[in-house]
Ligand binder design. Structure first.
Ligand SMILES: Nc1nc2c(ncn2[C@@H]2O[C@H](COP(=O)(O)OP(=O)(O)OP(=O)(O)O)[C@@H](O)[C@H]2O)c(=O)[nH]1
Ligand SMILES: [Mg+2]
Length: 349
């Protein structure tokens, strides 16, 4: 599963420091204002900053491919298989030929597409269907959720950045405030929090929200006063999207970002993981439907089927509005071929 973690809040509230705490990085005492947004990739298993900002799928794909490669080499298969590029190009020209029986040669187009298809085809060769299924189960089960952390600048720029909320990937919001600031400048701090909570409600009404109170080192005895302010002014206790801190019976997670204790962010990490996996359950349902469609398609045992057949199957599994999406997903995996350069191609799967 993949998840966006959006970190927002007032300037200098400690957003970047919270991200550092989550990632187990040492605290930074001086304030370096974030410009625009900082992106970091991590996962719920290691909570380490990924060095290579690649897509989670690519990493999985490479791993599975490497395993297969090793297996194949060990087996030292003597049977020479027909090369996939050839098979694919034949399949493409078959599709073209059937649809356009004229002598009009499809050769230049096929050649062009063939080049594009080779890496995917090679990948398909390495993948086994069961493994894809297994892989989907693993990544979607919450065992390993990959996060892209969006650490935003705290300044007014945000007012123009509402589109950040509109995310098709599941997103979890972290609304960060400075506990000490909330106590000292209550009106101002409440105004900021209210702005963020309302914006999230408006644009991502179902997204989980984790409230984080920084500077716990300076306000270590005041968590109940802070809680009272939040309840009284923002009705946080009635907001179903706010992830409760059940262990401490609070609506927010206090944190001391200056702490060098290794486990000081563990409760916050658990809250992020928990909210991400609840989102993940939703995406899992979707992908199971897609797998059903693929199952049925493969059972048909045809070289190709018209697009409408896939559409019917998708509708049967209540994914009729996702037909194009699921086709391009499985095409990318190399499970089937679906080109969409022309209407004719689009009609054949
Ligand atoms: N004592 C203490 N200082 C903190 C804590 N969290 C953050 N700070 C300090 O507060 C200042 C601002 O922290 P940042 O994490 O950079 O704040 P930010 O919200 O990312 O700021 P912008 O990117 O400018 O919006 C820095 O000097 C941090 O060292 C905390 O829990 N305790
Ligand atoms: Mg910052």
């Amino acid at each position: 599963g993949r998840c966006k973690l959006m970190v927002v809040g007032q300037g200098a509230a400690g957003k970047t420091s919270v991200v550092r705490s989550l990632l187990g990085m040492p605290p930074v005492a001086e304030h370096v204002s974030t410009v625009g947004v900082d992106l970091t990739r991590t996962d719920a298993e290691s909570w380490e900053k990924s060095k290579d900002f690649d897509s989670g799928f690519e990493r999985q794909a490479c791993r599975v491919a490497a395993l297969h490669l090793a297996q194949e080499q060990a087996a030292a298969a003597s049977k020479k298989r027909q090369s996939l590029p050839k098979r694919i190009s034949r399949r493409v020209s078959g599709v073209m030929g059937r649809r356009r029986p004229s002598k009009k040669p499809a050769a230049p187009f096929v050649a062009e597409k063939q080049v594009e298809l080779v890496p995917e085809a090679e990948m398909a060769q390495r993948f086994k269907y069961a493994e894809i299924k297994d892989m989907a189960g693993k990544t979607q089960s919450g065992q390993k959720i990959v996060f892209t952390i969006w650490d935003y600048a705290g300044q007014e720029v945000f007012y123009a950045l509402h589109h950040i909320f509109l995310t098709r990937e599941g997103g979890v919001f972290m609304v960060v405030f400075d506990m000490q600031e909330l106590l000292d400048e209550q009106d101002q701090a409440v105004k900021y929090l209210s702005f963020w909570l309302n914006s999230i409600k408006l644009h991502a009404s179902n997204a989980p929200i984790i409230l984080v109170g920084t500077h716990y080192d300076q306000a270590s005895n005041d968590e109940n006063v802070v809680e009272e302010i939040l309840v009284k002014n923002l009705s946080v206790d009635e907001n179903e999207n706010i992830v409760p801190n059940s262990a401490e019976n609070l609506s927010f997670f206090p944190i001391d970002n200056m702490s060098r204790e290794p486990g000081h962010a563990s409760e916050l990490r658990a809250a992020v993981e928990f909210s991400a996996s609840s989102l993940d359950a939703v995406s899992q349902k979707i992908s199971l439907r897609w797998l059903k469609v693929l199952d049925d398609l493969l059972k048909l045992d045809c070289d190709y089927v018209p697009f409408d057949t896939v559409q019917e199957l998708a509708t049967k599994y209540h994914a009729g509005d996702q037909t194009d999406e699921l086709l391009s997903f499985f095409h990318e995996l190399g499970m089937l071929v679906h080109l969409r350069a022309t209407d004719t191609l689009h009609d054949k799967v």
